[in-house]
Design a binder for this molecule. Structure first.
Ligand code: ADP
Ligand code: MG
Length: 258
């Protein structure tokens, strides 16, 4: 498999000091291969891929709203499992990071089924469960996937009582800490599905905005209505992404088909 960069041992990758003057973040670098990304539908770097253009349109919409409201955190969720939250989060994060004005941190907060790392990296990496259960410092868990201005905080093991853990003081402290560390860093959270438990309802107050990924031919009107009802603060929902859309579908602003 061709690697975008030669494999590297973990080392200090992100040495920029934080705005708060805190200790610089020491992320490990993990190689990503172009083939692996494409196999996993991570296409935002492939300029000629039509889906990459759709992600750029989504990026611009998200950026405009985030900037207008001075927001920094965006949660990506969907009504049910498998609608494309993780694929959307990673592609949007890459697309946002390619805009040179800011850096992006993508955090795997789907504690039910963490899958961000497996989509990006050839080898398993430690992740949030090591912070949750073993108090491993976050600095040791951040990974740079050889994509400029992008840092990943992966999940690792899944948790049964995910909503309690997601909203535990330890996790909220973590969310506040990563929000405050950099003034110009956008933070994307890959969340569990809204209808798959109470995780998103419980966590929604801690994010500035939410994006709802729906799946063409699978998400029903009832599921979408129920998801909106459960979210309470609908003003937080920036929009819906129609994923796995048939070509030419125009039912929502962002149709991602590939
Ligand atoms: N636009 C798309 N077109 C085709 N398949 C897709 C698309 N987006 C995601 N998938 C596939 O759907 C499955 C679920 O995607 P994933 O992002 O893991 O969903 P979720 O995180 O919502 O559970 C994966 O196999 C993924 O490759
Ligand atoms: Mg997922």
């Amino acid at each position: 498999m061709e690697s975008l960069n030669p494999p590297l041992e973990p080392r200090n990758a992100d040495t920029a000091a934080s705005d708060s003057g805190a200790t610089p973040v020491r992320s490990r670098i993990a190689p990503v291969s172009a083939e692996r990304l494409l196999e996993n539908r991570i296409v935002a770097m492939a300029d000629r891929n039509p889906a990459a253009i759709a992600y750029k349109v989504l990026r611009t919409h998200v950026l405009q709203q985030m900037r207008a409201n001075n927001w920094k955190t965006l949660g990506v969720t969907s009504p049910t499992l498998g609608n494309g939250k993780t694929v959307t989060t990673i592609n949007l994060a890459i697309s946002l990071a390619r805009d040179q004005k800011h850096t992006v941190l993508a955090v795997d907060l789907d504690l039910q089924r963490p899958s961000m790392a497996a989509r990006l990296f050839d080898q398993p990496v430690p992740g949030l469960s090591d912070y949750i259960t073993e108090d491993r410092p976050i600095e040791e868990l951040l990974v740079k996937p050889d994509i400029e201005r992008l840092v990943i905080l992966p999940g690792s093991h899944s948790f049964t009582h995910s909503s309690e853990i997601l909203c535990s003081p330890k996790m909220i402290e973590l969310v506040n800490e990563i929000k405050d560390r950099y003034a110009d860093r956008l933070i994307l959270f890959d969340l569990p599905p809204v209808l798959g438990g109470d995780d998103v309802m419980a966590f929604a107050p801690y994010v500035d905005a939410l994006l709802l990924v729906i799946e063409e031919g699978k998400t029903t009107k009832d599921q979408l209505t129920s998801a909106y009802e459960l979210l309470h603060d609908r003003a937080k929902v920036l929009g819906t992404v129609l994923n796995k859309a048939d070509e030419g579908s125009t039912r929502t602003g962002y149709s991602i088909s590939y």
